[in-house]
Ligand binder design. Structure first.
Ligand code: A2P
Length: 297
């Protein structure tokens, strides 16, 4: 099946939609509205996190969207993430998870990701997530923002191979080494910030392709990700853009044009997490409990 119904099969056999909506840095009300609008317009995957502070709104949007679209919970694929400050042993992580379920108004999530590898606690926390998985509370577990060294260490300890590693991925940051490593271990590297925080939208190469194909810059980037077989969640808080972003299944980029975008890679990761640890604005590793580092360029 093509389009919004298209899925990939994760390493544990669970099917995950290849295209979905993200709600990064969106308040509860906006999150509710954009999630409901996305589901109403055919999206089947929703991605949130404790860190975003909008699980209640996301849950309300899921409920509303499912009602409006006449769908069942099982038609939807919901991802959320363990907050850095709630990493720890099983008691700690399961308490955090139960609170997340409550806020989302759900009795399971499809994919539970560790948001960041907090060095002191990520192995213990991952074991706790494995237990949640074995208990059937989540259909798949995975991680996010794991570089290859930390992933290798995790794989040495893990009993359940992470299904997913969600990474920043966009034209100027293509994470080639992480993609190759994850693929070789049957881990699906998926994309956050597929539009590069908006920056790639103004890139002249993308702009020229937008004119050539008579599409928006966002559609060109998302279509490129689609043709690169990268599972994507894209954020927009505007229904028009939510719809536009999903209209990428009726055209294709030539191999040459895919290559042109491949060549935009600068390995340009957001500076504030270049060592994959969470930083306070003063630059000190904070292990993630307190701040959202809003210093992206
Ligand atoms: P908005 O919510 O106002 O639509 P990324 O996915 O890389 O994080 O980028 C998300 C940013 O791109 C958001 O700020 C979002 O803003 C914007 N965006 C999403 N879709 C589009 C679009 N089709 N055209 C222009 N900007 C978009």
């Amino acid at each position: 099946m093509d389009g919004l119904h298209s899925t990939i099969t994760l390493n544990n056999g669970v099917k995950m939609p290849r295209f979905g909506l993200g709600v990064w840095k969106t308040d509860n009300r906006t999150s509710r509205d954009s999630v409901a609008a996305a589901i109403k317009n055919g999206y089947l995957a929703i991605d949130t996190a404790r860190q975003y502070g909008n699980e209640q709104g996301t849950g309300a949007g899921i409920k509303l969207g499912l009602e409006q679209a006449g769908l069942k919970r099982s038609d939807l694929f919901v991802t959320t993430k363990l907050y850095n400050g709630e990493q720890g042993d099983y008691d700690q992580v399961s308490r955090a998870f139960e609170n997340q379920l409550k806020d989302l108004g759900l009795d399971y999530v499809d994919l539970y990701l560790m948001h960041w590898p907090v060095d002191k606690t990520y192995i213990e926390s991952y074991h706790a997530m494995e237990k949640l998985y074995r208990e059937g509370k989540v259909r798949a577990i995975g991680v996010s923002n794991f570089d290859n060294d930390r992933m290798e260490k995790l794989l040495e300890e893990a009993e359940v191979i992470p299904a997913v590693n969600q990474m920043e991925f966009n034209p100027t940051n293509q994470e080639r080494e992480i993609l190759a490593f994850d693929q070789s271990h049957d881990i699906e590297m998926t994309a956050w910030s597929p539009l590069g925080g908006g920056e790639s939208l103004t890139n002249p190469v993308i702009d020229a392709l937008a004119k050539k194909y008579d599409r928006s810059a966002a559609q060109i980037i998302l279509r490129w990700e689609w043709q690169r077989d990268i599972v994507t969640v894209v954020k927009s808080t505007h229904e028009k853009r939510i719809i536009q972003n999903s209209q990428i299944f009726d055209f294709s980029l030539s191999d040459e044009d895919v290559q042109k975008i491949n060549e935009l890679d600068q390995g340009k990761r957001g500076l504030w997490y270049d060592d994959f640890q969470w930083h306070n604005p003063n630059g000190k590793v904070a292990n993630g409990i307190d701040q959202w580092p809003d210093t992206r360029k």
